[in-house]
Design a protein around this ligand. Structure first.
Ligand SMILES: Nc1ncnc2c1ncn2[C@@H]1O[C@H](COP(=O)(O)OP(=O)(O)OP(=O)(O)O)[C@@H](O)[C@H]1O
Ligand SMILES: [Mg+2]
Length: 263
């Protein structure tokens, strides 16, 4: 199982948006996917509760909602064939909790907004993330995702300069778009909207390529075929952009790739 942590100590940077959309993309590709909501605000749990049954299933786990009549481990169980385990984390995470979360993850994605306040907060957070990587026994890949991008703004130029100095690759650039808000309201990922995905196609293709090139999940025979999928959004079928230069902080493993059908 490949564990993927979406994290930034800064509130509102897009952790839940990134985590829920990633879970959708992976589930649509036929991977058995679980979404762990580590935030007491329970935003991704609320999103999952509105998800239509006709969409590819995502298994939700919320450690903050524990029923009295069942054990914690039973309530947090996931199918044994789970290939991807996406963790949506809370804002304002303290160092001990960060160390704890990092212990078992394979990949970390950090959404960052193009604003001076967010850059400052992210700078401090990345230093802590690096500390957590150093004490980790197994390698971890880290990628930055620029979120709520508006083309040709001063804020974006500042952010790109800042991120270039951080030394962690930018693996995706998501536009500031009401389509993310619309999709979230309906329990969908942006790729599942009938209209509105076109602008984000390249960004998600890039994120998935980066993600899947470093992940080799064990798929059960039962899941060797993609799940039945809802009608694909109206997006062109065109070749993927060439992958970014290897953005690993540690050696990559595997070469497994299974992209969703709309790529
Ligand atoms: N690319 C985007 N375009 C437009 N709106 C967005 C985008 N990304 C996030 N948002 C909106 O910004 C708000 C904050 O996003 P989100 O909840 O994903 O952030 P978060 O980091 O999970 O917040 P918190 O720290 O409170 O958990 C939400 O209303 C969300 O719909
Ligand atoms: Mg959130």
């Amino acid at each position: 199982m490949h564990k993927l942590l979406v994290i930034n100590s800064k509130g509102g940077s897009g952790k839940t948006t990134l985590a829920t959309n990633l879970a959708c993309e992976l589930a649509r590709a036929g991977h058995v996917t679980a979404l762990y909501d580590d935030d007491p605000q329970a935003s991704s749990t609320a999103w999952l509760q509105t998800r239509p049954e006709s969409c590819p299933r995502i298994y939700g786990i919320n450690p903050h909602v524990i029923k009295q009549n069942a054990t914690r481990s039973w309530q947090q169980r996931i199918p044994p064939e789970t290939a991807y385990y996406v963790v949506d984390s809370p804002a304002g995470i303290a160092l001990p909790k960060l160390f704890d979360l990092m212990r078992s993850v394979d990949t970390v994605l950090v959404p960052v907004l193009p604003s001076t306040i967010d850059m400052h907060a992210t700078d401090a957070f990345i230093l802590n993330l690096m500390k957590a990587c150093k004490i980790k026994a197994t390698p971890v890949r880290i990628g930055l995702v620029v979120n709520r991008l508006r083309e040709r703004t001063l804020a974006l130029r500042k952010l790109e300069n800042f991120l270039a100095s951080v030394g962690i690759p930018i693996v995706g650039r998501l536009h500031d778009s009401q389509n993310y808000v619309r999709a979230t309201d309906q329990g969908l990922g942006i790729c599942e909207l009938k209209k509105g995905f076109r602008q984000e196609y390249d960004a998600w293709a890039g994120i998935l390529r980066w993600l899947l090139q470093g992940a080799a999940p064990a798929l059960s025979a039962a899941r060797s075929q993609p799940l039945p999928l809802p009608a694909s959004p109206e997006v062109p079928r065109r070749p993927l952009p060439s992958p970014a230069p290897s953005p690993t902080l540690a050696p990559q493993v595997g070469g497994f790739q299974r992209l969703p059908p709309h790529y």
